[in-house]
Design a protein around this ligand. Structure first.
Ligand SMILES: NC(=O)c1ccc[n+]([C@@H]2O[C@H](COP(=O)([O-])OP(=O)(O)OC[C@H]3O[C@@H](n4cnc5c(N)ncnc54)[C@H](O)[C@@H]3O)[C@@H](O)[C@H]2O)c1
Length: 337
């Protein structure tokens, strides 16, 4: 039992009864749906085109009266403004996601991230619906600041390094919602997510933890991109959705919040940890970034958030450390390959 979650949830009035989740068949969105149902949601409308999401993430939920699923791109939903009438809150998660997916679908992902968000903003404005948008740690680029606060300057690379298109599109999303807030037209919350992991995250789009675990369980090589000395921090998906729930209920509009963990691990040590915890004989090998993604790629050496702002605002701190998260995911993947 997580007493921190229990205490916070018990003392908080839940205003989230009728909710829209775009990207709700995805990794984070499907976990969010489950949390909101547990907290008494009366209706959840999921809009998802299943481009990276999976129907199996929500198959059991679709049988419930509370769930309505529209299989479509946000951009193609007929009369989006009317579809979004009579809701309390919108979580906008639909986006082109994952380094590999972005590098293979640069213009498609860019347009989705900007167009879909713009349409959602207009529909939320018409319906007076608050919206939480999911931005990313990528917006900090290769900033040299030791710890990244929400005010740290963005240092993304040149447009010739197409990797930064994802960061640029998410920054545009942030500007779009914050300018509407400034004009008094919209109640947005911006979260910047730092490498979120959890059991049902898939390995198909370049996410390092599910890729390593899959390789180790299959006895395949774990391929480290670059030197492996780059460090990352990983955050448990249940902590993320707890933050979403608290931020939305506390109505912390017009603010940006980092969501992440401050504990860092190098990709080398992550690979070793996965091999150890899976008791695998897999070898760890190395590939230069250029060989994987070509010359249009560069990678930050560190990526660590300051989470003071969100911890102070919500009273909630992340609950899981890296080895425990990896153990939980391995346990899940062994029974759900
Ligand atoms: N997972 C992370 O570490 C991480 C880090 C930073 C930001 N984010 C952001 O969090 C959000 C959720 O990411 P996730 O990890 O759950 O990824 P995901 O790929 O599992 O979820 C994204 C969902 O959006 C759907 N989708 C994509 N384009 C769409 C469109 N045009 N219309 C309707 N649906 C569409 C996909 O099918 C998928 O189900 C994304 O906005 C992502 O940018 C995630």
């Amino acid at each position: 039992m997580n007493w921190q979650i229990l205490n916070l949830s018990m003392t908080m009035k839940n205003n989230l009864k009728r909710i829209v989740i775009t990207g709700g068949a995805g990794f984070i969105g499907s976990n969010l749906s489950r949390k909101l149902l547990k907290e008494g949601a009366e209706k959840i409308l999921i809009i998802d085109d299943l481009s990276t999401g999976k129907i199996k993430n929500i198959e059991d939920l679709m049988k419930l009266d509370e769930i309505e699923f529209i299989e479509s791109r946000v951009e193609d939903v007929e009369n989006l403004n009317k579809t979004l009438s009579n809701f309390d809150f919108c979580f906008h998660l639909a986006a082109g996601v994952g380094v590999q997916y972005i590098m293979e679908n640069v213009s498609k992902a860019l347009l989705t991230n900007i167009e879909a968000t713009h349409l959602m903003i207009e529909a939320c404005k018409v319906n007076n619906l608050p919206i939480l948008i999911t931005s990313t740690s990528e917006v900090y680029g290769v900033s040299n600041d030791k710890v990244w606060t929400e005010e740290t300057k963005s240092l993304i690379g040149p447009p010739t390094k197409l990797r930064w298109s994802y960061a640029a599109s998410k920054l545009i999303d942030e500007f779009l919602v914050l300018s509407e807030f400034n004009d008094g037209n919209l109640n947005p919350i911006v979260v910047r997510l730092f490498n979120i992991i959890g059991p049902n995250q898939v390995s198909d789009f370049g996410m390092v933890v599910p890729k390593f675990i899959k390789a180790a369980l299959n006895g395949d090589e774990l391929i480290v991109h670059g030197s492996g000395e780059q460090t990352r921090s990983f955050t448990w998906v249940q902590d993320v959705i707890e933050y979403f729930y608290l931020l939305a209920n506390k109505k912390l509009y017009g603010e940006i919040f980092n969501i992440g963990q401050t504990e860092e691990i190098s990709i080398n040590n992550l690979a070793k940890l996965v091999v150890e915890l899976t008791e695998s004989n897999s070898k760890i090998t190395y590939l230069p970034h250029e060989e994987v993604y070509g010359s249009k790629f560069e990678d930050p050496m560190r990526r660590t958030p300051s989470i003071d702002k969100i911890v102070n605002a919500t009273g909630y701190s992340p609950t899981m450390e890296i080895p425990d998260m990896i153990r939980e995911i391995i346990k899940y993947k062994k029974t759900n390959p």
